[in-house]
Design a protein around this ligand. Structure first.
Ligand code: AMP
Ligand code: MG
Length: 529
């Protein structure tokens, strides 16, 4: 008999921030079966894959038992969803089992999704369908392989029950995921409201008691009272966990805001560098760590067009591919608003000015990351602002031709590298507008010449950053449809290819083909609720 898995999880978040969660237990499922387990990740974080595969392990991954010593919580958070504020969302069907301390000292949330109703479930059934959990698994792992910060997928179990969804009864699943934290912009929105309510309750009570200024009623000054607030504790916890250097700054909360702005600008650039559309960038789905979470209606774009949207509920294109940068700033502005009382407890106006200044750095940071990413994709070493062959001209020029020609986002960058090796056919197929293509290629070549590098080395460097295999929508759907029928091979194959995204494998051509047009025309992604 193997020892029980996942024992000894810590509960620092729960102890530090009791207001931001509710102690809760998972709901047992009838007959759990392991569908997929991430052995490399398990080993990396110090877990024994065999232990996880054992009956005891599967029971934990299904929510049928709780690891020894663990005190699970459903985390509370608020959120702006499609721009509208919801004061109380929270883990409606998920639980934080606790925090695992990895060998290198990293603190990692272990989180179940699909583990039954919680006090935050509102009208939901607390369950998750197997298909969307496998979707989250494969996309998260593909993102990780692409070097994009993300919550990782540790395992998916089938629950053995069928659950009711719009399309009819579907098999249920539970996903175990691991992230540096699940603290969201929405967590700050939730804490800010609780802190504000507590502050006004204190003031009112104190006013009633002695008729004097409430803030000094218990002997604490205004600043000390703010220090004790849940918002303050959340910010300090987040700083310790994610941006410890900010603690030494003159104003740690401004440094924290700065760090989150940079992490999110960098993250969104990384998404866009691979044609990824998150699909539901609500503030409750945006982490302060800068990791991608909550893979719902996300998708990789085939044909390049900034207005691409797949999500069935995104009627206005709010979360379209090309709208992700301004939405990132919009969400960060919601975060900044929550930090105002921390930035300067005595002077709102001054705090707002400081926050505004920090937010104004977003677009510059974004372009800095974007330009760097595009230089890597095009094999360029140094930045240049030359009018015809500089970064701006080249990048905009290429995207224009790609959009006009409906070029496949992924394959075009590989074709560019192939063209440097003397084979132009793939590039011609992606960009059939010959005059525009040739003019652009001439500029790009001129730029490469000025850097004086060996073209075959440039091509090799490009192939190391431009993936060949991404989880294309039609392949994801095909794999999930098979999995729902109990056939897991297509899923495993897709996972194998997309977690080794750069290396060409003979006979894997179908993983590089865009979806047939009739598939893409009607393709919609769903939140998987
Ligand atoms: P999501 O779209 O997965 O980011 O979820 C948005 C909110 O809805 C979160 O508060 C979830 O916990 C909640 N939610 C989604 N699906 C369910 C469900 N089936 N049961 C309960 N809550 C859910
Ligand atoms: Mg969510």
């Amino acid at each position: 008999m193997s020892a029980p898995p996942l024992t000894g999880l810590d509960d620092l978040f729960r102890r530090t921030l009791p207001e931001l969660g509710t102690d809760w237990q998972p709901v047992a499922v009838p007959s759990p079966e392991l569908v997929v387990i991430n052995e490399p990740l398990a080993r990396e974080i110090g877990l024994d894959p065999d232990q996880l595969r054992s009956a005891d392990g599967i029971a934990v991954l299904a929510g049928n038992s709780v690891p020894d010593g663990s005190s699970p919580i459903a985390m509370g958070y608020a959120g702006h969803q499609f721009g509208g504020y919801s004061p109380r969302l929270g883990d409606g069907r998920a639980l934080l089992l606790g925090e695992l301390i990895a060998a290198d000292g990293a603190r990692l949330d272990v989180h179940l999704k699909g583990s039954g109703r919680t006090p935050y479930a509102r009208g939901g059934d607390g369950k998750a369908a197997l298909g969307p959990m496998l979707r989250e698994y494969v996309i998260a792992e593909a993102m990780h392989a692409l070097g994009i910060p993300t919550a990782r997928a540790l395992a998916v179990v089938g629950t053995g029950e069928r659950i009711a969804r719009a399309e009819g009864p579907v098999p249920g699943g539970v996903l175990t995921r691991v992230a540096t934290s699940h603290i969201r912009v929405g967590t700050f929105e939730y804490a800010a409201r609780i802190a504000a309510e507590q502050a006004s309750a204190t003031t009112t009570a104190a006013d009633g008691a002695d008729g004097k200024d409430g803030a000094d009623a218990d002997g604490l000054g205004v600043a000390e009272a703010a220090n004790a607030s849940v918002l303050n504790r959340l910010a300090r916890h987040s700083i310790d966990r994610h941006y410890p250097a900010a603690a030494d700054a003159e104003n740690p909360f401004v440094a924290f805001l700065d760090a989150v702005i940079d992490a999110q600008a960098s993250l969104i650039v990384k998404w866009m560098n691979v044609g990824f559309i998150h699909g539901v960038m609500n503030t409750d789905n945006m982490t302060i760590s800068g990791e991608t979470i909550d893979y719902g209606p996300c998708a990789f774009m085939d044909s390049f067009s900034p207005s691409t949207v797949f999500s069935s509920i995104d009627h206005q294109g709010r979360y379209a591919f090309g709208n992700q940068p301004p939405i990132g700033l919009w969400n960060l502005t919601r975060l900044a608003e929550t930090l105002i009382p921390l930035i300067d407890a005595d002077d709102d106006e001054a705090a707002i000015e400081i926050a505004k200044e920090r937010l104004e750095t977003y677009s510059e940071r974004f372009s800095h990351h974007w330009m760097g990413g595009m230089r890597d994709k095009l094999g360029l070493g140094e930045s240049s602002d030359d009018e015809s062959i500089g970064d701006g001209a080249l990048f905009t020029g290429l995207l224009q031709v790609m959009e006009t020609d409906g070029a496949d986002f992924t394959n075009t960058f590989r074709a560019l590298a192939t063209s440097l090796r003397g084979n132009e056919a793939d590039l011609e197929a992606q960009l059939p507008s010959a005059a525009e293509r040739d003019a652009w290629v001439a500029n790009w070549r001129r730029r490469l010449d000025t850097e004086g590098r060996d073209l075959s080395q440039v091509a090799t460097a490009m192939d190391r950053v431009n993936p060949l295999y991404v989880p294309r929508n039609h392949l994801v759907e095909e794999a999930l449809a098979a999995a729902e029928l109990g056939m897991f091979q297509p899923f495993e194959e897709l996972l194998e290819r997309t977690t080794n995204p750069y290396e060409e494998v003979p006979g894997a051509d179908r993983f590089t083909q865009p979806a047939p047009e009739d598939f893409t025309d009607g393709y919609q992604t769903f939140c998987g609720t």
